[in-house]
Design a protein. Structure first.
Length: 337
């Protein structure tokens, strides 16, 4: 097996607020291999985006990393100085931000904004070579290169998202973090963006961390899935294993809220309650107040790790191995429908 290109070990993050310290990320660890796509899923506030901005070293002033390492090819991004980490952003690791309109400066042409990123990190390129690269990127994401001369407000929502994807690829990074890249887009455009992302990732053989609250979405684009709840990574495994036989009750609950167009009709099961307050999270397993399978140990002690090959979960009362396929087998692309 190849060495991981990105290795996160014991990452913990806190936000200082006027109400107290928010324990946003707690002891998160995972590996990303070259050419691999990993999904991070969970409800809003589970810590997904906090992990992403930690990897990019784009933390706000009230945030601090309290532990862990983020190794990119063996170099710890968290211990680097400001100038050194700037040299890694866009060039080695880049990000597709959630709100495409907020990622683009409204008073500059889109092509000029991408050109600035290329010239900053690739000073050896001439302006003509950089512009040729931008034209190629626009073709890669399915946009007419002539659109580089337009302003962000002249783009549709889907076009803006494609432009942001092109920007993230401008410096040919090894790792791309996609934070809810299809948020606020209609389902048809979402499907096109997802398919295009998958094609680009496969063609360029790049590694990707795909962040979303929608577990059904990641089935189309990921090799592995990590499930986060209340700042902790509670389950991690190959996509087929997580969908086929989830170990953690929270993962099973996420899968149960999506309908299947392949299997028989069934009633959707919602998850009662809401995530805990991370200023004062519950003792033991943070999911136990909402878990129908909770036992006494869940309320007082951190759960042990249950391993099934390369698939694991942190749970005191893990779900049994599924002998047949799950009804929720992930989304079907529009072409299949």
């Amino acid at each position: 097996m190849a060495d991981p290109i990105l290795q996160v070990s014991g990452l913990s993050l806190r936000y200082q607020t006027r109400h107290g310290e928010v324990k946003a990320v707690e002891d998160v660890s995972f590996k990303l291999l070259p050419g691999q796509v990993m999904g991070l899923v969970g409800e809003s506030g589970s810590g997904k985006t906090s992990v992403a901005i930690s990897l990019m070293r784009l933390l706000p002033d009230n945030a601090r990393v309290t532990g862990g390492q983020v190794l990119l090819d063996g170099r710890d991004l968290l211990s680097m100085g400001f100038e050194e980490v700037r040299s890694y952003r866009w060039h080695r690791i880049s990000m597709i931000f959630q709100a495409a309109m907020n990622s683009l400066d409204p008073v500059y042409r889109v092509g000029d904004q991408i050109l600035e990123a290329i010239e900053t990190h690739n000073p050896e390129l001439t302006k003509r070579e950089a512009q040729e690269r931008i034209a190629g990127l626009f073709q890669l994401v399915g946009l007419d290169p002539q659109l580089t001369q337009r302003y962000p407000h002249e783009y549709s929502g889907g076009m803006r998202q494609r432009a942001v994807i092109a920007m993230s690829l401008a410096c040919q990074p090894d790792v791309v973090i996609a934070d809810e890249p299809t948020t606020a887009l209609d389902v048809i455009v979402q499907d096109r963006i997802l398919r295009r992302l998958k094609e680009i990732q496969s063609d360029l053989n790049m590694s990707m961390v795909y962040i979303t609250h929608d577990i059904a979405v990641v089935a189309e684009v990921t090799d592995r899935i990590g499930v986060m709840y209340a700042g902790k990574l509670v389950e991690l495994g190959d996509t087929s294993d997580v969908f086929g036989s989830p170990i953690h009750p929270y993962t099973s609950a996420l899968l149960s809220v999506f309908p299947s167009i392949r299997g028989p009709k069934r009633e959707l099961v919602t998850l009662p309650g809401e995530p805990p307050n991370l200023i004062d999270p519950p003792a033991g397993c943070r999911f136990h107040p909402r878990c129908p399978y909770a036992i006494d140990a869940c309320q007082t002690e951190d759960p042990p790790t249950v391993e099934r090959g390369s698939h694991w979960a942190a749970c005191w009362n893990p779900l049994p191995v599924q002998t047949g396929p799950q009804e929720t087998s992930g989304p079907v692309s529009l072409e299949e429908q």
